[in-house]
Every structure is written in C-alpha cells, then in structure tokens.
Design a protein around this ligand. Structure first.
Ligand SMILES: [Fe+2]
Ligand SMILES: [Fe+2]
Length: 302
C-alpha cells in the first residue's frame, strides 16, 4: 500500500506540474491563433490588429504574471542541484525577461497601429511577431522536454511542498471558467478556431473542461491522462491531414478524404475523452460537492 507521505509527495509534484502543463496547452493554443493572424500579413487579407494586441495583452497579464513566476520558483530550486540542467535553466530564466520585454514592445507597437499613430509596415511586423512566436515555442519545448523531466527527477519532497504551498487559484480570463469582458472576443476566436483546422475545433472545445479540472484543483491522474490523450489526438490530426493533402491529386479529393478521416478521429476522441472525464469527474466531485453541478450531469449518467 502507498504511504500517506508518498501520496503527499506525489500530490504536490502533480499539482505543480499539472498547472504548468495546462498553462502550456493554453499558450500553445494562443500561439496557433496568433499564427493565423500573422499569416494574414503575408497575404492580401488584413490582419485583425485589435485581436493581435489582445493576444499580446493576455500573454503579458497571465503567463508573464502567473506562469513564468511559478516556473521561476521551480527553476530557482533546480539550479541548486549539481547534476541538473543548470545552464538550460539559467537561459530559460533569462528568456522569461526577454519574452516579457518583447511582449510589451509588440503590444505598444500594435496599440499605436490600432490608434492610427503608426504606418503599418507589414513585413517588419510579421518578422517581429514570427520571431517572438518562435522564441516562445522553443522556450516551451525546452521546458517540456529537458527541464520539467529533470525537475520531476531531481527535486525533493520538501522542494515540491514549498512550491505547491504557494500555488493559488487563477481564473484565467481566456481559458478559464469566467471569461472577462475585455477578453470575450479573444475567447470567442479561440473557441471558434474555424479558420485553423478541424483539430483545433475539437481541442478548443475541451478548453472549458480543462479549466473545470483546474478549478476543482483536481485529480491530476485524470487530468494528465486527458492532456496526454488530447496531445496525441492533435498530433494524429496533424499527421493524418498532412498525409492526406500531400497524397491527394486534387483539393476536392483531399477534402473528401479529410472529412472521412477527421470524422473517425473526432468520434474516437470524444468517446475516449468522456471515459477519462467521467473517471476524473467522479473523483473531483466528491470533495467539492456543492460546486460541482456542471460536471454532475454527465457523471451521474455514466
Ligand atoms: Fe518558461
Ligand atoms: Fe512555461
């Protein structure tokens, strides 16, 4: 039988890592939505500058204020471990400052354009925004593949307890339960996701459910399973659609095949998704009974 101490150690580690990985899912979704707008700068289509500005504001007000400081705490502990990933961690710490500075710079630039104070130089703007997104993507990739696994191996139970103790509930204004008025338009765009890919529609539908899991502080096992499953599903969507479009002789043929393949993936996705959610909701419901109305409706049927 697993001891209580071991359970506490695991719970602290899972709580912190679940939060960080959920936030990476949010950041990845936002980056994809930003790419769609940035790509309009390549074509004749006008980018939605207000939307781009709101996206940068979200990055400044949430990841810069909550996500990066939480990582900073974890990184500060990790650099004290001799055989760790010290140089990588120091670079990532510095990049948190670079990302915040660049977000602010681009935000002011877009704000001036929105107000008509500056002339739109499409190429320059596209290059700066693309560089920024690449830096962000690479930063998150190194955290996921190098630093987080090292932290999970090296940090002591006391260190996880210290970090977990300072965690506080964050109601994310775009991906959370209560969308704030100032981000309502951005939330709608992210939820629609219609101009990116079928995969994004499915994934964005799940965002509210991720938030629900976060809100109940729940059940990292189910949440991690769900995130892992959906990441895999997104990879499957991208891979299968890429193959379809490269192997088809015409757009019509590609579209017809894509509909069949995506329907199958969506069906598989939803059935698997609900299995995990039912399991997770049961565990989440028990300690938070009076607040759990939203998830009970399918929990009791399951
Ligand atoms: Fe980071
Ligand atoms: Fe991060």
């Amino acid at each position: 039988m697993v001891s209580t101490t071991k359970e506490n150690i695991d719970a602290n580690r899972q709580k912190v890592m679940q939060r960080l990985r959920s936030e990476h899912t949010y950041i990845a979704t936002l980056r994809e939505a930003m790419s769609v707008e940035i790509n309009k700068l390549k074509r004749r289509t006008e980018p939605d500058l207000v939307m781009l500005r709101d996206m940068l504001r979200y990055l400044m007000e949430y990841p810069d204020v909550h996500h990066h400081p939480l990582e900073d705490q974890l990184f500060a502990k990790l650099v004290t471990h001799k055989d760790g990933v010290r140089s990588e961690v120091l670079e990532l710490l510095a990049e948190h400052k670079d990302l915040a500075r660049e977000s602010l710079h681009l935000y002011h630039k877009l704000d001036a354009l929105v107000l008509g104070d500056e002339k739109l130089q499409k190429n320059l703007l596209r290059a700066s925004l693309t560089d920024f997104l690449e830096l962000y993507g690479e930063h998150v990739r190194r955290e996921e593949t190098i630093v987080f696994p090292a932290a999970e191996t090296l940090l002591s139970p006391e260190e996880w307890r210290d970090i977990a103790r300072k965690l506080h509930t964050i109601d994310d204004p775009v991906f959370g339960m209560n969308v704030s008025e100032q981000y309502a338009r951005l939330r709608r765009r992210i939820s629609e996701g219609v101009d990116t890919a079928v995969a994004n529609v499915v994934i964005s539908e799940l965002l509210g459910l991720y938030a629900l899991i976060d809100a109940f502080g729940a059940v990292s096992e189910g949440a991690e399973e769900l995130i892992a499953f959906n990441s895999q599903q997104l990879r499957d969507f991208k891979r299968e659609n890429r193959i379809l479009f490269s192997d088809s002789d015409s757009v019509a043929e590609a579209m017809s095949n894509a509909i069949k393949v995506n329907r199958r993936l969506i069906e598989k996705g939803w059935s698997q998704h609900f299995e995990i959610m039912k399991k997770t909701a049961r565990a989440a419901y028990l300690p938070f009974a009076e607040n759990a109305g939203a998830i009970v409706s399918f929990n009791v049927r399951g």
